[in-house]
Design a protein around this ligand. Structure first.
Ligand code: NAP
Length: 311
């Protein structure tokens, strides 16, 4: 940093003279772009090491079975990614593919079979499902101890009760990233935009468990901007490109952007990153923030399910 800015005439002659070299460097360092890609790599490496160590002792490895129905392109890409990254850390990954007109009965029968299969540690049914298959029936049938997505009512209830639970991957990834910048979350005011079962609600439960004061907002919230301005921690899980602007965030707050939105040929978040980044203490970029942590947390959940069955 020193060499780069010392070579820059503007910094040398004006900014350094006015504010002092170290103050400028401190300011630059204080704005932290949370590198989800790097954190996910670290987490995957830890998971890999643990799997090797368990395999050396027991000769057993975790196994994840993914059910993929139909030919929805994004689902095919996600599943392929999950399969590749699972194998890299030593998880045996098996994808069972069905045509889009498969019956509900056949999918439910397969889930029962996987629930009873001792060699399967985790089951994931890739969403969305075609109309003839009830998402609710599928989620309810997966053995909660193999529910690597953390969607089953037992896991949702356990999380809400503050008990041990398998936590949905994206909210878990958000919490792990947050803890990298805020060691102690107790007493912080967290504002979440979005109340989905996938993101907003489990995030609220996780942050309550960390003793945050939590506000959940949604599309019917009045004065959304004013609510966001109260946040020490602002988490956007909305699906509206660049919804959160510079004048919506408190100086020095931490911003976690869950959103994935297509804007032309670019992917952007729910937070206007360029506007907001200089005002806050830390922020996740999109892409390269929460996304990579989501897959790493799926591996973490698979490992936890496997370990629970070992004893
Ligand atoms: P969702 O089920 O559509 O929920 C969106 C939530 O945002 C709802 O609670 C909705 O309110 C609220 N909302 C919508 N428009 C709003 C507005 N203008 N102001 C305030 N609140 C508004 O979405 P989701 O599944 O939670 O996903 C949210 C975003 O995260 C999407 O962009 C998705 O692609 C992304 N995502 C990312 C990852 C990752 O790994 N990074 C994983 C999953 C999802 P109502 O409840 O009132 O309708």
């Amino acid at each position: 940093v020193n060499r780069y800015f010392s070579n820059n005439t503007y910094f040398r002659t004006y900014v350094f003279k006015k504010f002092g070299l170290w103050n400028v460097c401190a300011f630059i360092i204080l704005i932290m772009i949370i590198d989800g890609k790097k954190e996910a790599e670290v987490l995957r490496e830890e998971i890999k090491k643990e799997i090797i160590s368990i395999k050396n002792k027991t000769n057993k490895s975790p196994a994840l079975t993914v059910i993929l129905v139909g030919d929805f392109a994004p689902s095919q890409i996600y599943v392929k990614n999950k399969e590749k990254i699972s194998k890299e850390v030593g998880i045996n990954s098996n994808v069972i593919k069905y045509p889009k007109d498969v019956s509900e009965e056949e999918i439910l029968k397969k889930i029962k079979e996987l629930n009873n299969d001792k060699n399967v540690s985790g089951i994931l049914v890739q969403l969305p499902l075609p109309d003839q298959i009830s998402k609710e029936k599928v989620i309810n049938l997966i053995d909660p101890l193999k529910d690597v997505d953390g969607f089953s009512p037992i896991n949702v209830g356990n999380l809400a009760s503050g008990y041990n639970a398998i936590v949905p991957c994206t909210p878990l990834g958000c919490l792990l990233l947050l803890k990298k910048v805020e060691k102690n979350l107790s007493g912080k005011h967290a504002v979440i935009i979005g109340r989905s079962n996938l993101n907003g609600k489990p995030l609220a439960q996780l942050l309550l468990k960390e003793n945050c004061t939590v506000t959940i907002t949604h599309s019917k919230t009045k004065n959304l901007k004013e609510e966001c301005l109260k946040a020490d921690i602002l988490i956007a899980a909305v699906g509206v490109a660049n919804l959160v602007k510079k004048d919506w965030v408190k100086s020095g707050s931490v911003i976690i952007d869950v959103g994935i939105n297509k804007q032309g040929d670019k992917i952007v978040g729910d937070v206007n990153f360029e506007e907001v980044k200089d005002k806050v203490k830390a922020i996740t970029p999109v892409p390269g923030g929460v996304g990579p942590m989501t897959i790493a947390c799926l591996l973490k959940n698979t490992l936890e399910c496997f370990k629970a069955r070992l004893t």
